[in-house]
Design a protein around this ligand. Sequence first.
Ligand code: NAG
Length: 343
Amino acid sequence: MGAAGPAGAPQDRGPTAAAGCRMRMLALLCIASLWLGAAWAVPAREERRKAEKLNDDLELYDPDSYDLTLDNYGDIIDLSNYEELYDYGDFAPKVEVGTLAPRPKNPVALPTLGAVAEPMNPQPPSPPAPIPAQGLPSCLLCLCIDTSVYCDDADLEHIPLLPPETTYLYARFNRIGAIRASDFTGLKKLKRIDLSSNFISWADADAFHQLPSLQELLLPQNRLTALPELPPSIIRLDARLNRIPSAGLRHEAFRDLKQLQFLHLSDNQLDYIPVPLPQSLRSLHLQNNNIQTMLEDTFCDSQDHSQIRRALEDIRLDGNPINLSLFPNAYFCLPRLPTGRFS
Ligand SMILES: *[C@@H]1O[C@H](CO)[C@@H](O)[C@H](O)[C@H]1NC(C)=O
């Protein structure tokens, strides 16, 4: 990226950046960069401790060399580390951009986007806009950059009211307890929802179904016991580290999701591998569940021995009681054997 912040050389962050800010009196930019710097620092509070593991994972990787998006996700990536790579690989570059919040290209089309405001001291527009009944608009509570809304670590208990143009929502490390269908109504451009590390124990069954552009739904480290219905556009579902039993999945929940490539449900309470799995699937992470058995047809069609399922190259079943040696005819179509216990 090499995006020099408004203050000093890109190599000199921290104190130098703060001094540079003072010199140039760019108060708004300082607020933005310091605010982002605070969000980036290792959280100290007890309730943020769970963030540290994820932050540690991030530091193992250089974000610039793992600038993963769904568009450039290539064959060279080691899928076994996919979760750690992916979660924050796209976050760091956006933070750099965030030191200078761009003006909306078309302020008329984006009336509530592009604004930077301090949660403690919001600048009311004149005349003051009416505050919706649902609460403060998200761009006063959060940081809106173009059509991305950043609400990380903001003590939120509810999903804030989002601008209709929102494409990416990041609301990680909050105290959100439930997802309501009304939270996302009309957000036709929403592509990614990241609610990692909240207290979500309930999601309305139809909360995400009406989102025609949704590609990534990220709900790891919550308290879900059931998965809501997913839209056919979904490419990546991450619901690791929840409490989902097999009974919490809809019948044939993933069969008709023809775009689904990444299904990550590790560290839950699943008793079975959810079948049928769509042909588009590339990565299935089910480690650390309670899976004890499976069907010969779970991955491959036992009636068609010429079948090759090249896409499905990353299956993790380790940390389950299942003895994979008991199903010798279940893997013939796969490019690689699943990871797990073969003894
Ligand atoms: C797993 O299955 C294989 C093949 O039937 C068998 O030889 C092995 O003893 C089993 N392992 C355990 C721990 O049950």
